[in-house]
Design a protein around this ligand. Structure first.
Ligand code: PLP
Length: 367
């Protein structure tokens, strides 16, 4: 059996470091805030080269907090990709604003700036660029669109820890960026966790307040906020794992390269393209094929677990059906939802296992 992901394997490879980090938190017995949170925030900000990192409860909250802190709400529109995970859109509705979907491009599967341009109205306040699967969204192009229209660029980096475009980390192009540390992410906690990064001092303070009942210190409730803090235990685990992130990403890229080489010249499969002047951190390795569902079943019958990211484009999910979109509004999303298939790619997966997966994929098309 080859599972889609194996977190146990990763834990075992760094067990002593994790156990030590967890033990220290238990010994200190400060479970909210404290040194481990400050330490992780400082380390992550330093690694990415930003002024501020604010730990949060999860990636969805991170996106919501950014929008809220920017004053986005009722009557405003925010443009977000039609092909993504639902948090990239529901964060907008949560503020009272309206999500406006733009299709993704057919090669890299990230939001298409030409489609964004078509969707900008006087009500548009921001664009959310999702670095989907670990692929850099066209942030330079999006940034110039935002500058032209005087709107905000927000980056959703939930799937893009240490992705780079033009030698700059994803997350450092917009006004602020949201990260998720959901357990299966390239940098994953052992529960829900997230953060916001930004260079803007005022925004950082506002987000810190909003995430902690409007207070920077105990009983200092300047505004109303919510409770979305990075848990101390998760922060300690994240610091222990952060040291390994670059090496894990390298392993993912090597495994992705193995797949791509093995699929070369196979006319039934499209392997992921990598945007020029960028790296791809392969949170997900998704191939594209017209026979996706039958191939998925065949692989499952042969002990290989795969997933679909995503079986429905956001405009076509029940949650957004009230917008009355049709497939012709988002043709790329409409085909990706039927064709994308995510194969196992994770640190600790062996090149032999990749070979087995790829051979099975090829066998399906021979049969
Ligand atoms: C693209 C994208 N955005 C946002 C999120 C939300 O992150 P979280 O699950 O930590 O709320 C996720 C992950 O689930 C994601 O994949």
């Amino acid at each position: 059996m080859i599972p889609f992901v194996n977190l146990r394997l990763q834990y075992e490879s760094i067990q002593a470091e994790i156990d030590q980090a967890v033990k220290e938190v238990f010994t200190q017995s400060q479970f909210i805030g404290g040194e481990p949170v400050r330490k992780f925030e400082t380390e992550f900000a330093k690694l990415l080269g930003t002024n501020h990192c604010i730990g949060t409860g999860n990636g969805t909250d991170s996106l919501f907090l950014i929008l809220k802190a920017l004053g986005i709400g009722s009557g405003d529109e925010v443009i977000t990709p039609a092909f993504s995970c639902i948090p990239s859109a529901e964060c907008i509705t949560l503020t009272g604003a309206t999500p406006v979907f733009a299709d993704v491009d057919n090669l890299f599967y990230t939001i298409d700036p030409n489609e964004v341009d078509r969707k900008i109205t006087p009500k548009t306040k921001a664009i959310i660029a999702v670095h989907l699967y670990g692929q850099a969204a066209p942030v330079s192009h999006l940034k110039s669109l935002c500058d032209k229209h005087k709107i905000f660029l927000i980056e959703d980096c939930a799937q893009a820890h240490l992705t780079k475009e033009n030698n700059k980390f994803a997350g450092t192009f917009g006004i602020a960026s949201a990260f998720s540390f959901y357990p299966t992410k390239n940098l994953g906690a052992y529960g829900d966790a997230g953060c916001v990064i930004t260079n803007d001092n005022n925004l950082a303070e506002k987000i810190r307040r909003l995430a902690n009942h409007g207070a920077l210190r105990r009983d200092d409730h300047e505004i109303e906020g919510t409770n979305s803090r990075l848990d101390t235990l998760q922060a300690a685990i994240l610091s222990a794992k952060l040291k390994h992130l670059q090496q894990w990403n390298t392993q993912r890229a090597e495994l992705a390269q193995c797949y791509t080489t093995l699929f070369k010249n196979n006319k039934h499969i499209i392997a992921p393209a990598i945007r020029e002047n960028s790296n791809h951190t392969f949170h997900i390795f998704a191939i594209r094929t017209k026979q996706r569902n039958a191939l998925k079943q065949f692989l499952s019958d042969n002990g290989i677990e795969t997933l679909i990211h995503y079986p429905e484009g956001l405009p076509f999910t029940k949650a957004y059906r009230h917008k009355n979109h049709s497939p012709k509004d988002f043709p790329v999303t409409a085909s990706l939802q039927n064709e994308a298939l995510s194969l196992p790619v994770y640190p600790g997966l062996t090149p032999d296992a990749v070979n087995t997966v790829a051979q099975n994929v090829k066998n399906y098309f021979l049969g």
